[in-house]
Design a protein around this ligand. Structure first.
Ligand code: UDP
Ligand code: MN
Length: 317
């Protein structure tokens, strides 16, 4: 491994905002208080600005809203603190920390780029700085699909638990091979010398266990993040706790959202005032990074009634 990708975890942390208060009254038909004894799940979500970002985080939040005793670490691959994101995260009432964790410049242009690594490193650093030795760590990307049963499966992780992830690579699945209740090997179409050929979403780690390994690391090495992270915490195959009915169930899916460039819509700015909804609508789309408007660029916006397009001035002036 070259030196640029292996440097020890020593990130400067930029906390944009956080809330340690759980403002949810009920989760899965039980009051908040019914769950007070459960270990906390630290759910680490790397995310980055693109037009699908806010929709992805909204969908994920609506899953996490059902999960008691969770702290959502949202680490944004962005130089600044996104105030729209603060507003969004605050609205859900889930305890969260919003970190700004941009990918270092030198990696931006590498192909493949280490996607989400700076973010996960920042989250590991946050966990270390808080001396957290209670609870469970899980890396949950913003675009995956999580079955609610996953959270009860990983919550009692003693060291490292593992389970299959659906929709990975050529076999549409990646995960442990289990015999007599023990992990004995791995099924994954891309081995590439990895001792732990698993997906980021395919394991959870107990924080007391992780704290025994001060050299915990996730290097900037695309494809090898999981393997090198699990190596850095001294994992042995006989310690792995298989979950999901001995790895027979798929409780997390590596879904991918089709990504498209944010369009520029040609709409005369002079009409985007309080006379119609369109001014406010496009201002919010702009804030979310979904679309922007221009007087001169982009395809002319069609506005129609009764199947007939008309000049903007017809409806908006
Ligand atoms: N990600 C990031 N910066 C990037 C690209 C991706 O922070 O430049 C995040 C992304 O939001 C996701 C994770 O890293 O949570 C993995 O990226 P992606 O889902 O695009 O990878 P894939 O699942 O296709 O391997
Ligand atoms: Mn993904």
């Amino acid at each position: 491994m070259d030196s640029s990708s292996s440097h020890a975890l020593n990130e400067s942390l930029h906390i944009c905002s956080e809330s340690h208060e759980d403002r949810r009254l009920y989760m899965q038909d039980k009051p908040h208080s019914a769950y007070a004894q459960l270990p906390v799940i630290y759910f680490v979500t790397p995310t980055y600005p693109r037009r699908e970002q806010i929709p992805e985080l909204t969908r994920l939040a609506h899953t996490l809203l059902h999960v008691p005793r969770i702290h959502w670490l949202v680490a944004n691959d962005y130089e600044r603190c996104d105030t729209y994101m603060d507003m969004l995260l605050n609205r859900f009432g889930i305890p969260f920390t919003h970190l700004s964790s941009p990918m270092p410049h030198k990696f931006r242009s590498t192909k493949p780029a280490p996607r989400g690594v700076a973010n996960r490193r920042a989250a590991l650093q946050w966990i270390r700085q808080h001396n957290l030795t209670n609870g469970v760590l899980y890396f949950g990307d913003d675009d995956n699909t999580y079955d609610l049963r996953l959270f009860s499966e990983i919550r009692q992780t003693q060291r490292v638990s593992m389970f299959p992830v659906g929709l990975i690579a050529d076999y549409a699945v990646s995960g442990p091979v289990v015999r007599d209740g023990k992990v004995v090997a791995f099924l994954d179409s891309w081995v590439a010398g990895r001792r732990w050929p698993v997906d980021m979403a395919g394991f959870a780690v107990n924080l007391a266990y992780m704290s025994l390994y001060p050299n915990v690391n996730m290097p900037y090495k695309p494809g090898y993040e999981e393997d090198l992270f699990l190596r850095s915490i001294g994992l042995h195959i006989d310690q792995i706790e298989p979950r999901g009915m001995n790895c027979t169930e798929v409780l997390v899916w590596h879904t991918q959202t089709k990504s498209k460039k944010a369009p520029i819509v040609r709409l005369e700015k002079k009409f985007l005032d309080g006379r119609s909804n369109l001014g406010a609508l496009f201002r919010s789309l702009k804030e979310m990074g979904v679309a922007s408007v221009s007087d001169t660029e982009g395809p002319l916006a069609t506005i129609s009634k009764n199947g007939k397009g008309k000049a903007h001035s017809y409806f908006l002036s």
